[in-house]
Design a protein around this ligand. Structure first.
Ligand code: ARG
Length: 458
């Protein structure tokens, strides 16, 4: 069949070139945005008298029917078409006749595709944000149940200071709340309408770009037609937001993988979110967490892909820009899948408080508190630090812990030691006394819960 753009050329391209050029296999997922956008365009053309209102009505009715038919499965998208925009216009014209040919007045596929993609991504952004919220809720719920679970906090993956498991999970809540904020912020810049920019220079018709923008729920219009068709910052920003969220999910996944290992045994995943081995009967693997960690690489790749496609592109539209979609769609699909798995995986995992506490009891993670004990009795911190370190070294040699050093022995290091030292270096005290803002104390836990809940309900 001759191309819709046949004229300048006969429109008969090589089959290989057709396949190479075609984007319908992936841009067909924007059919709804494409048709809705076209309905608004037809309405604007009618309202401005560029076509008659009868013509506008015919276009809108035809488009509506087409949308219903695609949605109900009555119409199957023809993958032989070049792209979704061509498919819709072609089928519409087949169905409603000559008037269908008026739809593309005062627009171009260049502004049309930019419009569709913005509309598609703003919807997906909402979905992603609600999925992130579900993960935050799962973390929050688990944290609330583990406000008293003491575990070692780590630096350099070495046991460092006692914290509660809740405090550790709140840290992930904070990251994910920032992600939500980032998506919402990006979405403000995305929700600006490019339609009416036409091919690149605007149009000679007396159009009303605000009419269309408003009808489609945009907050404004792109003020430069060249920018309107060339800008894909919203894609970069969207995938960037995805990449950062995936990085957070990946860090959490890594910890889940560690925590479920025999070396830690801090948590156990429910059977529903683990797999076995085909050969080793004892295995219970954290494949879901590993996949989330692995898929983070894909999304980073998507980000590099879109940045690289845009780098060096002269204004305005270039066909290179068709390459924006697959990476962006891949990022959408990947992040949605990962978030959807993460939430129930966390909700259904069981926490082994005893093992966490046991790990906290080894590793001298109260050594800072021992030093602080002396500081509070008047010793300079660096001197106290030295004494605490020497005591730790002595304990390691004798295979005992700080709690087992007798008061007499303590006194040989400093006269400031007294019987209250034991209370002071108990793990419970270490946690309870971290009362500084944002610390691991109970009061701080309550404040964090309040903060997170407020942010979620914003
Ligand atoms: N399929 C194209 C894309 O995804 C639509 C825009 C085509 N515009 C053009 N001038 N060839 O970018």
């Amino acid at each position: 069949m001759a191309k819709m753009w046949a004229g300048r050329t006969a429109g008969a391209t090589d089959k290989l070139a057709d396949d190479f050029n075609s984007s319908i296999s992936f841009d067909s997922r924007m059919y709804r945005q494409d048709i809705t956008g076209s309905m608004a365009h037809a309405a604007m053309l009618g309202a401005k008298g560029i076509i008659t209102s009868d013509e506008a009505d015919a276009l809108i009715a035809g488009l509506e029917e087409l949308l219903n038919d695609i949605e109900s499965g009555k119409v199957i998208i023809d993958l032989e078409c070049e792209d979704i925009h061509m498919f819709v216009e072609q089928l519409l014209t087949e169905r409603i006749g000559e008037v269908g040919k008026k739809l593309h007045t005062a627009r171009s596929r260049n502004d049309q595709v930019a419009l569709d993609l913005r509309m598609y991504l703003r919807e997906e952004t909402e979905t992603v944000v609600s999925l992130i919220k579900a993960v935050v809720n799962a973390l929050l719920k688990t944290a609330k149940e583990n406000k008293d679970a003491i575990m070692p906090g780590y630096t350099h993956l070495q046991r460092a200071q006692p914290i509660t498991f809740a405090h550790h999970l709140f840290a992930y809540c904070m990251m994910l709340l920032r992600d939500i904020d980032r998506f919402c912020d990006m979405s403000k810049r995305m929700n600006i309408s490019p339609i009416g920019s036409c091919a690149l220079a605007g149009t000679t018709y007396d159009t009303d770009r605000y009419f269309e923008a408003e009808k489609l729920g945009f907050d404004g219009v792109c003020m430069n037609s060249i920018d309107g068709v060339s800008d894909r910052d919203f894609c970069v920003e969207f995938v960037n937001c995805c990449a950062i969220t995936m990085m957070h999910l990946s860090r959490l996944s890594e910890e889940i993988i560690l925590w479920t290992s025999w070396e830690f045994k801090f948590v156990e995943l429910s059977d529903a979110f683990t797999t076995g081995s085909s050969i080793m009967p004892q295995k219970k693997n954290s494949d879901m967490a590993e996949l989330i960690r692995g898929k983070t690489g894909r999304v980073y790749g998507d980000l590099m892909g879109i940045l690289t496609v845009l780098k060096g592109l002269p204004l305005a539209y270039n066909k290179d820009m068709q390459e924006d979609k697959e990476g962006v769609f891949d990022a959408v699909d990947t992040i949605k899948m990962c978030l959807s798995v993460m939430a129930p995986m966390i909700e259904t995992m069981s926490v082994n408080k005893e093992n966490m506490l046991r790990a906290a009891q080894e590793g001298f993670i109260n050594a800072t508190d021992l030093a602080d004990y002396l500081v509070k009795k008047g010793m300079p911190f660096r001197t106290a630090y030295k004494i605490s370190g020497t005591l730790v070294s002595e304990c390691i040699k004798r295979r005992i812990v700080l709690e087992e050093v007798t008061l007499d022995e303590y006194k040989t290091y400093s006269e400031l030691f007294d019987s209250d030292v034991y209370e002071e270096i108990s793990l419970q005290t270490c946690v309870a006394k971290r009362i500084s803002l944002g610390g691991t104390s109970q009061a701080s836990a309550d404040a964090q819960i309040e903060f997170i809940e407020k942010e979620l309900n914003k």
